[in-house]
Write a protein that binds this ligand. Structure first.
Ligand code: NAD
Length: 356
């Protein structure tokens, strides 16, 4: 056995009702908090301000998908004007992404309170979008100092977004299983993450108010995020970043539609990963791509990229983007292979194995 593993320095508080600890946790980080949210979650940000009392100096509630550079610049200007010395982000990956932009641009540490299953809260990865291109990077400065996981806050996440966000977390686990720098600990977490999410998402579909299922899914989300933060991403994430940046497509939904196809593309080169994923999904290794498709489709997820905002004729643009920068992937990436998997994902067809 031979591997390298770096654990990341962040603190996790996982508890139903963890939100009650926000002021105590915030006081460990700074004295002047700028609270961040999307416009849709402004009420949640106002609740945080009430809970923080004198620790809160303002709200910026314009967080948006894929962190547009203009939004990051506006938040940074407000943080400077208010002399904020840290941020508190409540929301999904978009709001947490904005907290990361503030860390990168103004050096502000963050306390984050995730309300989706995207997993960004425990990764040193950042992303920002300008002119239809998403720039991403890895920098420890953006890693949140502390994370409050409170399953109560996910009860309001609509069932549809819960399913696609959960599939996004499964995508982190899948790519961790075959990452070039994967290791036994990452594989353990990835397998457990897939198992936990594959069990809890159908339960959330049936009973969106089940705190037990919400808690299990949020735990799976933490595992997925941890895997994403510890191992390199491959074809699947690159395709989703390209689609998101180029066509402003919804993040979690795009991951959901692409995942079975990207896994099918890589399956023949990732025997061990398919065995582990098969165990977690309770199917034979060869059936993993279809099991991922069936899991999402049976819960009502949209599986056709054409219905998620991908324009007709967009396939060629994504093929070019996906081939532009080299990155590790279990099998060589070819224009023909990517075009064929994107075509099926565009139409919403089940995945098809691509022999090497
Ligand atoms: P999101 O943050 O864009 O949220 C989607 C919508 O759901 C928003 O309107 C939000 O306000 C709302 N919402 C969130 N939680 C809610 C709740 N509990 N109840 C009601 N509404 C709620 O979606 P996302 O999928 O979490 O994040 C996507 C973004 O995160 C993308 O830009 C993606 O690139 C990024 N991301 C980054 C990383 C990373 O490691 N850097 C990881 C995953 C995702």
């Amino acid at each position: 056995m031979k591997f390298v593993y770096s654990s990341l320095p962040y603190r996790v508080i996982f508890e139903t009702g963890a939100i009650d600890r926000v002021a105590d946790e915030a006081a460990r980080i700074g004295k002047r908090a700028l609270v961040l949210s999307t416009p849709e979650q402004r009420d949640a940000a106002e609740d945080i301000v009430r809970r923080l009392g004198a620790l809160a100096v303002g709200i910026f509630s314009q967080a948006a998908m894929h962190v547009p550079v203009a939004t990051a610049a506006a938040a940074t200007a407000l943080a400077r004007a208010l002399s904020a010395d840290f941020s508190v982000a409540i929301g999904g990956g978009s709001t947490i992404g904005l907290a990361k932009a503030l860390s990168l641009q103004a050096g502000l540490p963050s306390l984050v309170i995730p309300t989706t299953y995207a997993g960004s809260e425990v990764t040193p990865l950042w992303g920002m979008t300008e002119n239809g291109v998403k720039k991403t990077g890895r920098d420890l400065i953006v890693l949140p100092r502390a994370v409050l996981y409170d399953p109560m806050l996910t009860l309001s996440l609509p069932a549809g977004l819960s399913i696609s966000s959960g599939m996004n977390a499964i995508a982190h686990c899948m790519e961790g299983l075959y990452a070039v720098d994967g290791n036994p600990i990452v594989s353990l977490m990835a397998e457990e993450g897939i198992r936990t999410l594959a069990e809890s998402l159908p339960e959330i579909g049936r009973s969106p108010n089940s705190l037990e299922a919400r808690s299990a899914a949020l735990y799976g989300c933490w595992l997925g995020g941890t895997v994403l933060g510890a191992a390199s991403i491959a074809l699947h994430h690159k395709l989703c970043h390209s689609l998101g940046g180029a066509f402003d497509m919804p993040h979690a939904e795009t991951h959901t539609a692409v995942l079975p196809h990207a896994v099918a593309f890589n399956a023949s080169a990732t025997q061990d990963a398919m065995e582990r994923a098969g165990r977690a999904l309770k199917v034979k290794p060869a059936n993993v791509p279809n099991a991922l498709y069936d899991l999402a489709a049976s819960l009502g997820a949209e599986m056709a990229l054409k219905n998620l905002g991908m324009p007709e004729g967009g396939i060629d643009r994504v093929v070019v983007l996906a081939l532009q920068n080299s990155y590790p992937n279990p099998r060589p990436i070819t224009a023909g292979g990517i075009r064929s998997l994107l075509q099926r994902a565009y139409e919403g067809l089940p995945p098809q194995a691509q022999p090497i």
